[in-house]
Design a protein around this ligand. Structure first.
Ligand code: F6R
Length: 266
């Protein structure tokens, strides 16, 4: 695991987008795992900018989103499919047939989860998975006590997650209480993952996930087991990290990060 601390949220999102850009340039048929949520919006904004101004090409890319709410059709403006359309899909040259999200209105939700896992396998597996983190440490919607080997399934959301997300909904009381989500085990199978967290409200959970024990109480702590996981935070979200000086030293000195040191800040 590596931790990168950037001065502000824009610089953190910019670095994340630049790592996606590099992965896509290295492998035009990239299988890209996507997350939703407020934190990711600026990453998608940057990717759209790169598509428009630097001709970043998504035509060969396949995407798999982490999750979708149970009961929301893709046309529903509160669905994650709709979020993805608004923030990324309709602005870049992704082929609609290459875009995948779990179907929140599938008649048989368990069968839908099996189908989704199979679709990921059929694509050759996820090359790069983007992740956010919830205030309870969830990745995807893997709420506390999610098995570290869990697969795509239906998960009941915690009151903390409902409180965190309900304000996005046109009618907050109607936020679904369940979601289809890739499991922790599904996520751990990706070849590389990047978790982005910004803002002081994420500082304690980031320190617990990165520097604390691996526990199913904090799903993101399972990323410590991943062979190629990058955690990118802004200064406030990195505020409780005990190893901050070391992480900064790595970013400032390791040749791997040289091309990114001049990343734009805000
Ligand atoms: C959503 C997802 C969630 C979010 C997390 C952070 O697809 O996977 O794990 O990434 O809840 O959300 P924000 O960025 O809104 O704080």
């Amino acid at each position: 695991m590596e931790v990168i601390i950037r001065p502000d949220a824009e610089a953190a999102a910019d670095l994340t987008a630049r790592l996606v850009q590099k992965a896509l340039q290295d492998k035009p048929r990239l299988v890209l795992g996507l997350a939703t949520g407020r934190t990711m919006e600026s990453v998608y904004r940057r990717l759209v900018e790169m598509h428009c101004s630097e001709k970043l090409d998504f035509s060969g890319v396949a995407t798999f989103n982490l999750d979708e709410y149970v009961g929301l059709a893709s046309e529903n403006s509160d669905s994650y499919r709709h979020y993805m359309e608004r923030n990324l899909f309709q602005h870049v040259n992704l082929r609609p047939s290459n875009v995948h999200l779990p179907d929140g209105i599938a008649v048989d939700l368990d069968a839908e989860c099996v189908r989704y896992e199979q679709a990921i396998r059929d694509s050759g597996g996820i090359d790069l998975q983007l992740l956010g983190i919830g205030s309870d440490g969830h990745i995807g919607f893997n709420e506390p006590l999610s098995a570290l080997q869990s697969r795509t399934r239906v998960k009941a959301l915690t009151p903390a997650t409902i409180e965190q997300n309900a304000w996005h909904f046109s009618v907050p009381e109607k936020m679904p209480r369940r979601a289809l989500t890739m499991g922790v085990g599904t996520i751990l199978e990706c070849r590389r993952c990047i978790l982005l967290a910004t803002g002081e409200a994420k500082a304690e959970i980031i320190a617990a996930a990165v520097e604390g024990p691996i526990t199913s109480m904090i799903s993101a702590s399972a990323l410590q087991l991943h062979p190629h996981c990058t955690i990118i935070v802004d200064q406030p979200a990195g505020g409780c990290l005990r190893g901050a000086d070391y992480y900064r030293w790595i970013f400032d000195n390791e040749p791997e990060w040289e091309p990114y040191r001049g990343a734009r800040q805000g």
